[in-house]
Ligand binder design. Structure first.
Ligand code: DGL
Length: 264
């Protein structure tokens, strides 16, 4: 089957996956993209393993109906619990966000002390701890679940004082633990980068996997000879399961241009 000109599918529980879309557009500007944000059921990070796996399957089916040539699971929570299962079940390339972020963090740290902030489900899965240990067993990892970050982002409260106060509370123990690298282990968190930078200080490197994930997508498309070959403008569709206006508003602020979100 000739798939090159089909879109790349990307899913997330909400709008956090846009951080990955932004990098995909930068690195692969010619590719068509179909994004699906499950805004009706966000957050995933406080749900059970079973629910996360079921939602991830359903999101895959939404994208497959749009004839995607590969899928990016742009959600750390889904990647933590469902990536292996999805790869067994669906026969197309699927890229997750944990390994690329873990690889980058292991490269960046100098003092071998890494902090990981993520949803409670991702922290409980220990997916980052395992992925980082696979690269370097000597690295010490301190994790912190930050369940209030996702609703703040979904609400578009990216720079409010309350967001800084919440970040101070969550990040206090990590600041005291002497880490030199902090993994933003949730695709929503890069939207809070300026607040997180202020709270952690300039000496701590913030690692988000978006750029690494986009590079991995490019590598996979190249290897499988799936890069788009046709001419014409790249099409981008944003499908979501609820509250399109809210999605459009935050997406505009983050991407810097207007998008049209379609509720399905
Ligand atoms: N953006 C997601 C993640 O990377 C999920 C946030 C959530 O739904 O709790 O984990």
């Amino acid at each position: 089957m000739y798939l090159n000109n089909n879109p790349i599918g990307v899913f997330d529980s909400g709008l956090g996956g846009l951080t990955v879309v932004k990098e995909l557009i930068r690195l692969l500007p010619r590719e068509h993209i179909v994004y699906y944000g499950d805004t009706a059921r966000v957050p995933y990070g406080t749900k059970s393993r079973e629910a996360i796996i079921r939602f991830s399957h359903e999101n895959m089916r939404v994208l497959l109906k749009r004839n995607v040539k590969m899928v990016v699971v742009a959600c750390n929570t889904s990647s933590s619990y469902a990536l292996g299962i999805l790869r067994k079940h669906f026969h197309l390339p699927i890229v997750g966000v944990i390994d690329p972020g873990a690889r980058k963090a292991a490269e960046v740290t100098r003092n071998k002390k890494i902090g990981v902030i993520a949803t409670p489900a991702t922290v409980n899965s220990r997916s980052y701890a395992r992925a980082i240990a696979r690269r370097d067993r000597a690295i010490k990892i301190s994790s912190q679940a930050c369940p209030l970050f996702v609703p703040l982002v979904e609400e578009g409260w990216l720079r409010k004082p309350v967001t800084t106060a919440v970040a101070r509370e969550y990040l206090g123990p990590l600041r005291r633990s002497g880490i030199d690298t902090l993994v933003l282990g949730c695709t929503h968190y890069p939207l809070l980068k300026s607040v997180l930078k202020d709270v952690m200080g300039a000496k701590v490197a913030l690692v988000d996997s978006a750029h690494e994930v986009a590079a991995e997508v490019k590598r996979v498309l190249h290897e499988r000879r799936l890069l788009r070959t046709s001419g014409g403008r790249a099409r981008r569709a944003f499908l979501i399961s609820d509250r399109p206006q809210q999605f459009e508003k935050t997406a505009r602020e983050f991407l810097g241009y207007n998008i049209k979100a379609v509720k399905i």
